[in-house]
Design a protein around this ligand. Structure first.
Ligand code: RE
Length: 370
């Protein structure tokens, strides 16, 4: 019937004993009618609220999401919010969600610090509604840009080109779940590409690609593993440095994952125990074979991710150059807009600002920025 149109979202997946492990995200092609609707929704919300940060908009996010989003998109997202089944990859590509006027966008700023959020507000409203339909609530983290708003522009910055951060470019960004060094990491992420002339593929890796828990995964449930804070931070001795957690958690057959290949496997500062390192290396040998690297986002594509099922990263690239018949030709640098959300503000209340329950102050595994 017309109600269930997406593979992997029916409750049948639980009953199925021979589910083929998913190896790629679901790709949803947005129709011309839907993407036109997204444009008008953006315009309407700008008129009504001005900014996606407006408390009146945040307070009515779910209501707006269900009233305004095209029904097919809202249904896919609300199913995605509760589907942790064997068949659920944990990422959905909404291809052609919006049309981006490249001329109006202008030149890519030299770094995120120079991004003009006035120009990006339509995209902010649209990304917000996608989270709202899950339903999930937009949050910001002091651990990322000291907050810096509900939407972050991710732009390659020459001075940061070799780092494992959103501002990097020259080195592969290893697959990671976002903020693996926090207990209250985001539940859902969105990556809205507004420019990718360099044709950089996005990397995804889902724990569901392994199938049910096996002997390689089993030891990762044990609380043995450390995760340093990421390269956005100076290496200072913070509380939380010695905390060890499981990489896998939740259901023991089809688990959730918290994992950062760069920090947990390749950062010597992690100082994993020999036993932890052994289990991580055995796991990584298999995990590597499941990395999906075939999708090159175009302007207007949005990747929506369950941060407990699917990790993300990207290949190394030369910012501001695209290949044309084997030669590198200058182009505008890449721009992507990221949002993060939590399904419950109650569960995170011990780490949010007294006056702002959407603002997370966790620094490293339960310790709080003071
Ligand atoms: Re990330």
């Amino acid at each position: 019937n017309a109600i269930i149109t997406t593979p992997g979202i029916t409750t049948e997946a639980w009953k199925e004993t021979s589910v083929v492990p998913p190896s790629a995200p679901l790709i949803v092609d947005i129709t011309a009618r839907e993407s036109t609707a997204m444009f008008y929704i953006g315009q309407k919300l700008i008129r009504e609220y001005g900014s996606y940060e407006n408390p009146a908009f945040i307070a009515s996010l779910h209501l707006n999401a269900y009233q305004l989003l095209p029904e097919r998109i809202a249904r896919i997202l609300s199913n995605f919010g509760t589907d942790y089944s064997a068949a659920q990859y944990g990422a959905i590509v909404f291809r052609g969600l919006i049309q981006v006027d490249q001329d109006e966008l202008g030149k890519t700023p030299s770094s995120w610090k120079e991004a003009d959020y006035e120009k990006l507000k339509t995209y902010g409203f649209i990304s917000s509604l996608m989270h709202g339909a899950v339903p999930s609530k937009l949050v910001q983290y002091y651990a990322q840009r000291k907050g810096g708003g509900l939407m972050h522009a991710i732009i390659p910055d020459e001075r940061m080109s070799h780092t494992q951060t959103g501002s990097g470019s020259r080195t592969d960004l290893f697959v990671h779940t976002e903020d693996a060094f926090l207990f209250h990491q985001a539940d859902f992420l969105s990556f809205l590409f507004i420019r990718n002339e360099e044709q950089v593929p996005s990397t995804l890796y889902s724990i569901r690609s392994h199938g049910a828990t096996d002997e390689v995964m089993q030891p990762l449930f044990r609380p043995l593993y450390k995760c340093p804070k990421d390269a956005n931070y100076a290496q200072d001795a913070a509380i939380g440095e010695e905390v060890t957690t499981g990489v896998l958690y939740g259901n023991e057959t089809y688990p959730f994952i918290r994992f950062d290949a760069a920090e947990q496997l390749y950062n010597p500062a992690a100082r994993q125990s020999a036993e932890a390192m052994h289990h991580l290396e055995e796991f990584w040998k298999v995990a590597k074979t499941h990395i999906y690297n075939d999708f090159v986002p175009a302007a207007g594509d949005l990747i929506f991710v369950n941060n407990h099922l699917c990790a993300h990263g990207r290949n190394a690239f030369v910012a501001g150059y695209r290949e044309e018949k084997g030669v590198l030709v200058p182009c505008e640098r890449r721009m992507m807009l990221r949002m993060m959300s939590k399904t419950s503000l109650i569960d995170i209340r011990s780490v949010t600002k007294t006056e702002d329950p959407y603002f997370i102050m966790e620094e490293h595994y339960g310790s709080i920025f003071r």
